[in-house]
Design a protein around this ligand. Structure first.
Ligand SMILES: Nc1ncnc2c1ncn2[C@@H]1O[C@H](COP(=O)(O)OP(=O)(O)OP(=O)(O)O)[C@@H](O)[C@H]1O
Ligand SMILES: [Mg+2]
Length: 475
């Protein structure tokens, strides 16, 4: 079995909150007086993290993520419960922690490396490598208080990852750097993973968590709501942040229930693999076995999130027609932007014609976040064209499609062309006019962007037969 390197048993953390700072003093002088409100930032956290695991931690602001990390790192002590951490732990906590603002970058590097157990000579040997990674030029000899937040993170990340940590803790830091630096950081994290290091990674960036982590937890109001695959945890998290207030509690109860089922399933699985030698092997690196649970316990539903609006819609100038209300609906006509893989939907819009036009054609295109043109319906198809449209007409355009996309966010485009002054040209066109999220379909285990509804077929080849063949060849 994989060794557990971080173990938290029934860990809770209570902060005292005083209305007036002087109340803290009064309470010390008069111990009988209770002037503080108690605030439980963590409640009864139980978690075992195996060596080599990369665990993503997600949750809303104030849900307790940083408190949890600080308890693991040891900069906060839990109010109740037990914490056991094995190995050298290096942390990139929230901005400002760990570095002395009055010292230069160089002095801070030495100071931090020594805290992590490196002697002067060892740190000197590492220094050039750390400075090169941080790439902040002469600022390395300036006091840290003069740094931009980007420079600060560059140096802090360089130190934290250059000291060969057994456990690396990264608290929402990478979002500060530019993309090129982020790429460099992810490459560094991958090296630590390959060396068998354990990483705890707090991020609000869903794609970073799913790409980097093997497993994830969802925190909410100090409670550990769910431990599962990053994909599922992120989808539950997103559902929670967009949930209508009256649905939020119901949703939380549903997630708790799912977590219970997952735990039960893991225990049963563990039990059966202990009982039967030939049973399935336990999940590697703490990765959670998901198949039986997912298909039974999770139900995704279609809904509309009004906050999901593209940031960069481009509308071309209209030339006699205007596309209105582009959206996706269910087959029954309900407008949604959260779809479920493998289900059928309708992409619909209307076009109002201000001028009479001939050879009118209607099109659609779906793009990925990076702008890749994923799928569309050709503007040349006869079924998508009208020979003549009179001014004042409104045409309703429907594209029925099967959503063979894997979970992710996609963007919709629309265009209508027709004859203007003897030229076939765009009458109206909109780019990234709407966005939608595809949620997993229970049956799919597909990855990549497109779900090809792949049906694997496995055949165990009779080994006796092979042996016989080989023997006959020898003869
Ligand atoms: N020293 C403290 N004294 C009092 N309350 C605190 C203290 N530190 C944290 N808290 C409270 O504990 C809760 C959890 O805070 P924490 O910083 O762990 O949240 P978080 O999940 O990291 O949030 P974010 O996403 O904003 O970083 C918050 O409500 C916060 O106000
Ligand atoms: Mg935090």
């Amino acid at each position: 079995m994989t060794e557990t390197v971080i173990s938290l048993k029934n860990v809770s953390k209570c902060f005292k909150r005083y209305k007036h700072p002087v109340d803290r003093l009064k309470e010390m002088i008069f111990p009988g007086k209770k002037l503080a409100d108690e605030f439980w930032a963590l409640r009864d956290i139980n978690i075992q993290i195996p060596k080599g695991q990369t665990l993503g931690i997600v949750g809303r602001n104030g849900s307790g993520k940083s408190t949890l990390l600080q308890i693991i790192v040891g900069t906060l002590t839990p109010t109740t419960g037990e914490v056991d951490v094995k190995g050298r732990i290096s942390a990139l906590l929230e901005l400002g922690s760990g570095f002395n603002p009055e010292f230069t970058g160089r002095q801070n590097v030495f100071f931090n490396a020594q805290l992590l157990g490196f002697n002067q000579k060892e740190t000197e040997n590492k220094f050039d490598q750390i400075a090169a990674f941080a790439d902040i030029g002469d600022f390395i000899d300036q006091p840290v208080k003069t740094y931009s937040s980007g420079m600060f993170v560059r140096l802090a990340f360089a130190v934290a990852t250059s000291v060969d940590p057994d456990i690396l803790v990264v608290d929402e830091a990478l979002s500060v750097g530019d993309e090129a630096f982020q790429r460099k950081c992810f490459a560094r994290l991958q090296i630590i993973q390959e060396r068998g290091g354990t990483i705890l990674f707090v991020s609000h960036a869903a794609s970073s968590v799913t790409q980097l982590c093997k497993s994830a937890i969802l925190m909410d109001h100090g409670e550990l709501l769910l431990t599962h695959t990053p994909k599922l945890v992120i989808s539950k998290y997103q559902k929670m942040i967009y949930a209508e207030p009256d649905k939020a509690e119901e949703l939380k109860a549903e997630i708790r229930e799912l977590n219970k089922l997952v735990k039960q399933e893991a225990e049963n699985h563990h039990q059966s693999s202990l009982e039967t030698k030939n049973g399935n092997s336990p999940a590697k690196n703490g990765e959670i076995k998901k198949e039986p649970v997912i298909s039974r316990a999770i139900e995704y539903y279609e809904f509309y999130d009004p906050g999901m609006i593209p940031a960069d819609t481009v509308r071309y100038p209209s030339r006699g027609a205007e596309i209105i209300n582009p959206c996706i609906t269910t087959l029954k006509g309900k407008v949604i932007n959260h779809l479920i893989g493998r289900q059928e939907y309708i992409y619909t819009y209307s076009v109002i014609f201000f001028k009479s036009t001939s050879k009118v054609r209607f099109g659609m295109l779906i793009k990925t976040i990076s702008g890749f043109e994923l799928a569309g319906s050709s503007l040349n198809a006869a079924s998508q064209s009208l020979q003549y449209v009179e001014a004042g007409t409104t045409v309703s355009v429907n594209f029925r499609f099967k959503c063979l996309l894997n979970p992710g966010v996609y963007f919709l485009n629309a265009g209508v062309v027709g004859m203007v002054d003897d030229d076939l040209t765009y009458l109206d066109r909109c780019v990234d006019v709407a966005m939608f999220r595809v949620q997993p379909c229970a049956e799919s285990h597909s990855n990549g962007i497109v779900d090809l509804v792949i049906e694997p077929c496995l055949t165990v080849v009779n080994t006796d037969f092979i042996n016989q063949e080989q023997e006959s060849e020898v003869v």
